[in-house]
Design a protein around this ligand. Sequence first.
Ligand code: ADP
Length: 320
Amino acid sequence: MKRIGVMTSGGDAPGMNAAVRAVVRRGESLGVEVYAITNGYKGLVEGEIHRLTSNDVGGILNRGGTMLFSARYPEFKEKEGQLKGVEQLKKHGIEGVVVIGGDGSFRGAQSLSNHGFPTIGVPGTIDNDIAGTDYTLGFDTTVNTVVEALDRVRDTAGSHGRVLVVEVMGRDAGDIAIWSGLSSGAEAIVIPEKPFDINQIIKDLKDGFAEGKNQGLIVLAEGVMPAAELVRQIQEVDHTFNIREVVLGHIQRGGQPTARDRVLGSSFGARAVELLTEGKTGLCVEVVDEEIVTNKFDDIFNNLKHEPKLHLHELNKFLI
Ligand code: ADP
């Protein structure tokens, strides 16, 4: 294999640039030319493809976002769009592609592979919601960003005797809420994977105030409900709290990747190129017990299941 493409797709995640850099530089060391496909599947279909050299990826390791840009392009779900993509790749002499993205991006990658085009996936999403891997690229950075924000809002909540309901990202997964909540000593962590008891939350908050705490922090995963709705439900049962909602929003996606995400991105990117040169396709690189492993897209979609670390959610209940 002499020429490959690399693209980022779906939601951006810190560490994607580290993966792109590793694809280019590991590729060069294996004698493979690397081409950038910008703006995800939209750019692929429209032929936004250009050569990337080792020099071009200098100075991006420490930058958040993605230098290849990203886009949502629902047209790629249709066979017509996918075949146009394959046509573009062939036109540029590209023989394999690395797709860095989340679940939706992997479905696009699987379709390329099913059309006979060698494709390897790299899990890049802050949500940590891909089956078969302990961690996705960007999750660690996002958790650290959220923890910093929670430390800040706790300061202000404490100055006013307030309860704050902080909504964090994660789509349908509670991982960001669990990790950031445990790291910040949240009085409650509300996640989609576990039913919650509003009366228990209210009791825990009241017990906390009775024991001398001067604030309460509830970390709410966006997949459960909006923060304003949880505030409303709490007030419906007990209107004595001084309670507000905070929605952290896109601040969670930006910023310099942590060392962990840089290491993960570098390891994922390098392994993805190696797999292409070994003639592999239809696989995703993942990390299990600190080892880089591979799983088939098919297994990721159909046989493996993402489970957040629920023991950490349980642990938090003993520590509030
Ligand atoms: P993420 O990759 O972060 O999950 P999306 O779900 O938005 O983000 O998917 C990113 C892109 O992947 C979509 O805009 C589309 O171009 C492509 N995609 C999503 N689902 C499919 C699918 N079922 N088949 C082919 N391509 C898909």
